[in-house]
Design a protein around this ligand. Sequence first.
Ligand SMILES: [Zn+2]
Length: 42
Amino acid sequence: MMTLEFYRNLPDKQCKECGKVMDEQHECYVQECEACLKNDAM
Ligand SMILES: [Zn+2]
């Protein structure tokens, strides 16, 4: 279960706007979830 341990050691990445936990595979430089990014774009 190496993969499970790997993910367990990662801190939860949360959207800085709404606090939603995001997928770690999301671009690492993005600190907002897709919903908040769309709001910013408008
Ligand atoms: Zn958000």
